[in-house]
Design a protein around this ligand. Structure first.
Ligand SMILES: [Mn+2]
Length: 306
């Protein structure tokens, strides 16, 4: 695994319905993200925060809230992630709301095409984020990034990388899903997204779930993790804007992260939707840092080489 990290903050909540995710990057820094990564021998360069338009707080227009602002922020994220990858670094995008994954994963997909790698996207989330302007109940673009990446959305978002669609739905594995809107349900089904919802995890356990989600990886795979903090059960992670009960427990989340780390293929990461305005003494940020450490190889014991 690439041990040269670039932290890129994207402090905005233009894609969300609830305000506050714009404070996510700073909360993760305050929770000690950099030091935690460095303690595992990683070289961390904090590239600071990107800037972009403020949140105008307007209602949806033709099914999108804040489309112009979302385009501006995603362009900034796309360019910063592209630059970090070109510099040979493993980028960690600190959101910000989940709409920013359009920019980050578009950049990752472009990078993979350039260097001839396969891409696998692990989408850890309570939500499928597969809405379009027609089926969305809210117009919030943070409910649309997977659809946009798969080519369903407004041209400036679907064509952010050099290729439209940016990714194939077959490259995505969604884990922890437990809230899908009515029209979105049908669309997820039609697109053939591979979704490991909470029922699947309940019935099969996290170990089997992750074995399935990680099936078919090889040394030529670039593994991208898009970690929406609302993936976690609200009991342990209250600091998010869209709480959905019944998510993975602390141990299940740790196992998920550790099994990803074991592949040695993690090559880029989004950490999104952390909302410090709703958190309790920054505990969700500290939990996120703890889980990110596991994603980068923290384990209780020395592991035998496989
Ligand atoms: Mn999400």
């Amino acid at each position: 695994m690439n041990r040269q990290i670039a932290l890129i903050g994207a402090p905005t909540d233009i894609g969300a319905g609830t305000r506050g995710a714009s404070m996510g990057p700073e909360a993760l820094r305050v929770a000690g993200l950099r030091t935690a990564l460095e303690s595992h021998g990683l070289a961390v360069e904090d590239r600071g925060n990107l800037s972009g338009p403020t949140n105008p707080g307007l209602p949806p227009v033709y099914g999108y809230r804040h489309l112009e602002e979302a385009i501006a922020w995603n362009r900034a994220v796309h360019d910063a992630i592209s630059l970090a990858l070109a510099d040979g670094r493993l980028p960690i995008m600190l959101g910000g709301d989940h709409s920013l994954a359009i920019g980050s994963i578009s950049a990752v997909a472009r990078h993979c095409r350039r260097v001839g790698k396969k891409l696998r996207v692990l989408w850890l989330d309570a939500h499928a984020d597969f809405n379009t302007s027609v089926i969305t109940p809210s117009g919030n673009i943070h409910g649309m990034p997977v659809a946009c990446l798969c080519g369903h959305g407004p041209d400036p978002l679907t064509g952010m990388s050099d290729c439209r669609p940016a990714i194939d739905a077959a490259w995505v594995r969604q884990i922890g899903i437990r809230s899908v809107d009515q029209g979105e349900k049908r669309f997820v089904h039609e697109a053939g997204l591979e979704v490991f919802d909470m029922r699947f995890i309940d019935e099969n356990g996290m170990r089997h779930t992750m074995e399935q989600a990680l099936l078919g990886l090889d040394p030529d795979t670039h593994l991208h993790v898009s970690f929406d903090v609302d993936f976690l059960d609200p009991e342990i992670a209250p600091g998010v804007g869209t709480l959905v009960p019944g998510g993975p427990t602390y141990r299940e989340a740790q196992l998920c992260m550790e099994m990803i780390a074991d592949t040695g293929l993690l090559a880029s990461l989004d950490v999104v939707e952390l909302n410090p305005a709703l958190d309790v003494r920054n505990k969700t940020a500290m939990l996120a840092v703890d889980l990110i450490e596991s994603l980068f190889g923290k384990s209780t014991l020395m592991r035998r080489e496989a």
